[in-house]
Design a protein around this ligand. Structure first.
Ligand code: PHB
Length: 399
């Protein structure tokens, strides 16, 4: 007995250092908002990372482990985001930075990623200029830009008999992008944007804004707000003030009918038209498989929205990058592999990271809120445009 124990210890002493030299732990610094404005979105992104790890940790090369270091940036707070990213790269020596709901935070993190040569995978923040036309070194985006959805929505609105539109957006990067892009698509097509109002980012009471929109008697109100509970606030104001009864339509990028909030919105959401890249109601097999796993783990009434799809795809991109390097990652190599990365297996359809600048290329779907088996969903009516590159970059080429 004694001898056996000794032998076991001796064996462990010779094998263990060898085993740990073989094993490689890859660290992902995952920053999102677990508290603060629209924190439910951060929780959804976190649930996605956990689901990905549960399903795919086994796909890593032998001896390779992935460790997720989660950090709470507490909402749109660039100073906090910057500090967290700095700590993650200098102290924790992460191999990847990922996550981030908010544009100001992503814009603060991108230069840190560049300096540390640590790839940064943006899983939400959607303002085009975070990634300029020539790229932001070491930053890629798997989510979306507001230009991708709002420009084609403006084109669609002009062609579909909406003559007068009133615009309401949150006053920060993605809101300004949404307004500018919609305006271009709509007015180039002959539409009349009667008013463009910018609302404070933290506003929860949309009634005063919606009342003014109603008074202008437009054919539609175009709205962008950051998705999460604020979307339900917008829908409540639209309902309480009776805009639908006046025949005023509600349109916007998919943030306003975000899938997980639809059950909280109720039937007033029916008929809302949005342009977007992901819907939980999409029937494509990759989405049905994703939804099935999600609802198996989180319940039949829990819906993954676009932030979940982007987090899922971002994890897929990072894992593919790790696998392509046989588990021994290097920042420069990882970034070059992320650029041009693509998959046909995303819940949103085929996607690719633009090799020229690191931004996302994806389809845009025209959707309408309808009931599917008694449940509200963003039903994809048509694939409006395929393989859409960020239009803002095409309009603002590298100087
Ligand atoms: C952003 O900050 O870029 C942002 C936040 C929430 C959204 C979309 C964009 O729904």
């Amino acid at each position: 007995m004694k001898f056996a124990k000794f032998a076991a210890i001796a064996l462990a002493a010779t094998i263990l250092p060898f085993a740990s030299a073989m094993a490689q732990t890859i660290k992902i610094g995952f920053i999102t908002s677990y508290t603060g404005q629209n924190a439910s979105v951060g929780v959804m992104m976190d649930k996605t990372v956990k689901l990905w790890m549960k399903e795919h940790e086994k796909d890593l090369p032998a001896g390779v482990k992935v460790e997720i270091l989660t950090r709470d940036d507490t909402g749109p707070n660039p100073e906090t985001a910057k500090r967290l990213a700095t700590e993650l790269v200098t102290r924790d020596k992460v191999d990847f930075l990922a996550g981030v709901i908010w544009t100001p935070n992503a814009a603060a993190i991108a230069p840190i990623a560049a300096e540390a040569k640590t790839p940064f995978v943006i899983m939400n923040a959607g303002t085009s200029a975070i990634i300029p036309s020539g790229g932001a070194p070491y930053t890629v985006r798997v989510s979306f830009t507001l230009w991708q959805s709002s420009l084609p929505l403006g084109q669609w609105a002009a062609k579909n008999n909406l003559k007068k539109v009133y615009s309401l957006v949150s006053d920060f990067g993605p809101g300004i992008d949404a307004e500018t892009a919609f305006k271009k698509g709509f007015t180039d097509g002959g539409g009349n944007l009667v008013e463009a109002v910018r609302m404070p980012l933290a506003t929860q009471d949309f009634a005063p804004f919606m009342q003014k929109a109603k008074d202008a008697k437009p054919d539609a109100v175009f709205v962008f707000i950051p998705a999460g509970v604020q979307a339900t606030g917008v829908m409540k104001a639209y309902s309480d003030l009776g805009l639908a009864k006046e025949g005023i339509k509600l349109i916007g990028p998919g943030d306003i009918t975000t899938d997980e909030e639809l059950p909280n919105m109720g039937d007033v959401a029916l008929g809302a038209i949005t342009m977007f890249h992901y819907s939980a109601a999409a029937t494509r097999p990759a989405n049905q498989a994703f939804l099935k796993m999600w609802q198996r783990d989180y319940g039949a009434n829990d819906w993954p929205a676009f932030e979940a799809a982007a987090t899922w795809d971002g994890m897929m991109a990072i894992f593919d990058t790790i696998k392509a390097q046989g588990g021994k990652v290097n920042g420069e190599k990882s970034y070059s592999l992320l650029k041009g990365w693509k998959t046909d297996n995303s819940p949103r359809g085929p996607i690719m990271i633009d090799p020229e600048n690191g931004d996302i290329i994806q389809n845009e779907y025209l959707r309408r809120v309808e009931k599917v088996n008694g449940v509200l969903g963003n039903v994809e009516i048509e694939t409006f445009q395929t393989a859409v590159k960020d239009p803002w970059k095409l309009l603002n080429p590298k100087k």
